[in-house]
Design a binder for this molecule. Structure first.
Ligand code: SAM
Length: 441
């Protein structure tokens, strides 16, 4: 090992050297390894950068000795050495940067202390693998590790499910090993609930290494492919497609521009958010209702894949110039809504279970009483208990002459319960209707 000159302060360089090939390594990663007195890494990683290690002290560790690698780096840096702790891909992506900082903090290290720390970024596996199969990451994507060695499966399952539902392109790291063979099968099963069976999938093994191997397949076939420890699986979103053997995820321009002329499509403006952008999409809801899509509230929310609160807000902004097909809504204070109920006579309380069950109870508005945190109605036929603390919004709403009432929603804009006027034959009771109409601001 090289001698340490007096007063030399130690340094830890956390170096991501990219997927494996030296061409994919950054200049800074190469310079950082050149600068180091000591290089510490997993045996395979050391082999991948072997020709950069002449004259250096090299410490090889096994795969499971991650914390040992961090402690060793700290001990060496304390003695004044410049230590490169190397990791494949990006050192901060499922890499050594996190455990090293944790070890340093446990030893009382702070950024002002004598030991300097630098994180040297590298191309992570998902970038490297994507570059070999086309352009799969051109829209929103996420990475999920299927390794349940340190992460509980319910957490992993929830993430796969959420990413699937949100239509992210998904890169699966650590998809399979000799012992962990069923995780990829489970991931496939969960994702097939959200995506078509023929969703394109790229399976890249040992990107930019000697045994590089690429398989293009589909979601329903992916678990049957050759997948190992050094594989990254890239699953397209609902717009991704396979063409000429390449996996492409459109950037989204097709929503806005004519592919041939490059001109903005009708209703869209260059340089402005889409008509279905944050500010525009409420207008789309109103136009859709005005076009005759007269559906129950839940079906409208499902059509736009949005919480009911968003649909009610869109309807509330209807005007004579931009009507909403006879739908109307108005936000009111939840307590004021409760005060108004006794004047609406008999009511239908509607509750929906997340799995789709619906229960309806007939009651009088003044039968609802508050007890502690609960709004209750107790009769011989049913007990109704609503956790009032969860009520965040109340909306008066009418769906033409079909239904009128008040919707109580939680902070996410999802329905807790609704109270609807009851029809008297074909008509709403005129007194109840007048009282209901009187609540609109
Ligand atoms: C512990 S993670 C390390 C990730 C690394 N720090 C990175 O940023 O790429 C190991 C996983 O990365 C992926 N991986 C790493 N190098 C790869 C390569 N050359 N080709 C394909 N996948 C790779 C595989 O999914 C593997 O199971």
């Amino acid at each position: 090992m090289s001698d340490i000159t007096e007063n030399k302060t130690g340094k830890i360089l956390l170096v991501g050297f990219g997927p494996g090939g030296q061409d994919q390594m950054t200049y800074r990663a190469r310079a950082a390894i050149a600068e180091a007195d000591v290089v510490i890494g997993y045996t395979t990683y050391i082999r991948l950068v072997e020709d950069l290690l002449d004259g250096k002290t090299v410490i090889k560790k096994g795969m499971t000795e991650e914390i040992d690698r961090c402690v060793e780096a700290y001990e060496m840096a304390k003695q004044g050495y410049i230590v490169a702790l190397i990791s494949s891909g990006d050192v901060g992506v499922y890499g050594m940067a996190g455990p090293t900082y944790e070890v340093l903090f446990q030893h009382g290290w702070t950024p002002d202390s004598d030991i300097a720390v630098e994180v040297v970024t590298g191309a992570t596996a998902l970038n490297a693998c994507a570059s070999l199969v086309g352009a799969p990451l051109t829209h929103d994507f996420c990475s999920i590790s299927l390794s349940d060695l340190l992460t509980p499966w319910p957490t992993i399952r929830k993430r796969i499910d959420a990413a699937g539902a949100a239509d992210f392109v998904i890169a699966l790291y650590n998809p399979k090993s000799g012992r962990r063979t069923q995780q990829i099968v489970e991931a496939q099963r969960i994702l097939l609930r959200h995506r078509a069976a023929d969703t394109p999938v790229a399976i890249v093994k040992s990107a930019y290494r000697r045994r590089q191997n690429i398989q293009m397949t589909t979601l329903d076939q992916m678990a049957d492919c050759d997948i190992g420890m050094l594989t990254t699986v890239i699953i397209g979103n609902s717009a991704s497609y396979l063409r000429e053997g390449l996996l492409i995820t459109p950037r989204g321009y097709a929503n806005k521009y004519d592919a041939l002329s490059g001109d903005a499509k009708a209703g869209e403006k260059a340089g402005r958010s889409l008509s279905m952008g944050l500010e525009g999409w409420h207008g789309c809801v109103r136009r859709w209702l005005e076009a005759g899509n007269h559906k129950p509230w839940e079906q409208i929310a499902a059509h736009f894949d949005a919480p009911l609160g968003e649909i009610l807000a869109a309807v509330a902004a209807a005007s004579d110039e931009e009507p909403a097909g006879g739908y109307a809504a108005c936000a009111i204070d939840p307590a004021a809504a409760l005060d108004a109920l006794p004047d609406w006579g008999r009511l239908r309380a509607v509750l929906r279970s997340p799995a789709g069950g619906v229960s309806e109870c007939l009651l009088q508005g003044d039968q609802l009483t508050m007890k502690g945190a609960w709004l209750n109605c107790v009769t011989d036929h049913f007990h109704l208990h609503i956790h009032w603390a969860k009520v965040d919004q109340a909306w008066l709403a009418r769906r033409g002459e079909q239904s009128m009432g008040v919707h109580f929603l939680d902070t996410a804009g999802d329905l807790l319960f609704r109270l609807l006027l009851v029809r008297d034959g074909e008509q709403f009771d005129p007194t109840a209707l007048a009282a209901f109409e009187g609540c609109w601001s």
